[in-house]
Unconditional design. Structure first.
Ligand code: DC
Length: 219
C-alpha cells in the first residue's frame, strides 16, 4: 500500500500548484502536476502525433525538471514550458482531456510518478481515479472571481493584458465542462478535505494543509 501520497484536486487557478509545491517541499515528497501532463499530451497531439504514439513519445522524448520557478518541460531537449502555459494549449488540453483514449493513455504514466519518497499529485481526478488510496486528499476551491483575478495577475506578469469579464466567463464555462464531463468529472472524493481558499492567503492554505499532513504522516 502506497500510503505516502497526497492528492490535491480542484478547478484551475484555485491555488493547487502553489500548495502542491510548498507541501511537497515541506515533506520532501516528489510532485506530479497532472494538468501539465494533459497539456503535454495536447501539445504532442497538435504536433501531429496519433493517440497511440503519444505514451512512447512522453516516455522517450519528454522530461520534467524542477527549478525555482516551477517545472520546466523539455521535448527532444527543446524547452516547451511557455508554449504549454499558453491559453491555446489550455484550450486544446481541455478538449482532449474529455476523450477516453487520452485518459487511459495517461493513467499509467501518472501512476509511474509515484516515488517511495512520497508524492503530491495535483489535478482534477487524483483522489477519485488515479490515486484512490491516497492517505490525504485535498479538494481546493475558490470563487470564479478570485480565480480570474489570480489568472489576470499571472498573465499580466507575462506581459499579456486580459479582459476580466471574459476571464470570469471563461473560468465558469471551463468549470461546467470539467464538472459535467462523463469521464473523471471534477468532483471531490468522498474522503477529501474541502478547502475554500477565496479568503485565504497561500500561506494560510499551506499552514492548514501542513497541520493535516503532520497528523497523517507523523511529521
Ligand atoms: O490544471 P491545468 O489547467 O493545467 O489542466 C489542463 C487541462 O487538463 C484542464 O482543462 C483540465 C485537464 N485535466 C484533467 O482533465 N485531469 C487532470 N487530472 C488534470 C487536468
Amino acid at each position: 500500500m502506497k500510503d505516502n501520497i497526497i492528492t490535491i484536486d480542484g478547478p484551475s487557478a484555485s491555488g493547487k500548484g502553489t500548495l502542491a509545491r510548498n507541501i511537497a517541499d515541506f515533506l520532501g515528497f516528489e510532485i506530479l502536476d497532472s494538468g501539465l501532463l494533459y497539456r503535454v499530451y495536447a501539445f504532442l497531439f497538435e504536433s501531429g502525433l496519433k493517440h497511440s504514439q503519444i505514451p512512447a513519445s512522453i516516455k522517450n522524448d519528454v522530461s520534467f525538471k524542477s527549478d525555482k520557478e516551477g517545472i520546466v518541460v523539455l521535448n527532444k531537449n527543446i524547452d516547451i514550458t511557455a508554449k504549454l502555459r499558453d491559453e491555446s494549449t489550455a484550450i486544446a488540453a481541455s478538449k482532449i482531456s474529455s476523450l477516453a483514449e487520452t485518459r487511459e493513455n495517461l493513467l499509467t504514466i501518472q501512476r509511474n510518478f509515484y516515488s517511495p519518497a512520497g508524492l503530491v499529485a495535483d489535478g482534477r481526478d487524483m483522489g477519485t481515479v488515479v490515486f484512490p488510496d491516497a492517505k490525504l486528499k485535498i479538494f481546493l476551491i475558490a470563487s470564479p472571481e478570485i480565480r480570474a483575478k489570480r489568472r489576470q495577475l499571472e498573465l499580466q506578469n507575462r506581459g499579456q493584458e486580459v479582459n476580466m469579464h471574459a476571464l470570469i466567463e471563461d473560468i465558469k464555462q471551463r468549470d461546467l465542462k470539467d464538472q459535467t464531463r462523463e469521464l473523471s468529472p471534477l468532483v471531490p472524493a468522498d474522503d477529501s478535505v474541502l478547502i475554500d481558499s477565496s479568503d485565504m492567503s497561500p500561506e494560510e492554505v499551506l499552514s492548514f494543509t501542513k497541520k493535516l499532513a503532520k497528523k497523517e504522516f507523523n511529521k
